[in-house]
Ligand binder design. Sequence first.
Ligand code: FE2
Ligand code: FE2
Length: 218
Amino acid sequence: MEKIISQLENKIKKLFHKESSGHSIYHLKRVLNIALELQKKEGGDRLIIGISAFLHDIHRIIQKETGQFCSGKDSLPRIREILNEVELSLEQKNKILHCIEFHEEYDFTKNGQTVDDIETLILQDADNLDAIGAIGIGRTFSFGGAHGLPMWKDEKPFDQKLYDISKNDPSTIHHFYNKLLKLENNMNTKTARKMAHQRHKFMKKFLKQFFAEWKGKK
Ligand SMILES: [Fe+2]
Ligand SMILES: [Fe+2]
């Protein structure tokens, strides 16, 4: 697998060259590492999990290039092209594309959870773990900065019940409430739930301090 990942890295690293909004090549590498850790305890096909983790966010790059919303599903033709250049069976490629297509469906989104294969469930968990905790806080603020979002708008209510990835949050702090704080209860595997608990606690502590400082109280 390491050989295929390094071949893929050579093919995709140019695409991610200018990416600084939280979906950089380092996000792909972190998700790969988390996914492989989860696989050790939870099982599933290690190769499928590793490769789909490493290619899961190509749609973010397409979105940046075109300026149009692009889902995981929309990125599948591009990923198939990339996969055609490495040695994998058709069945393996199809399985990888399946994991990527469904990696952003969560219990609290409109369609809800629709798949139950362990490879996709682990990819979702790994991707969601990289969205929370210290890394999650850093990524959320750099995403907000790259998209011109203010840190916080205290006049805007938290009114979004279902998370809709195609709608922008009014501020970075809103994103914590609309999505990030919901992720702990959305983990699919036991191992990820344990990791998520630590990261969740850290974000809550951060938010408490943030609001205290916002009011000049600390
Ligand atoms: Fe994604
Ligand atoms: Fe991701």
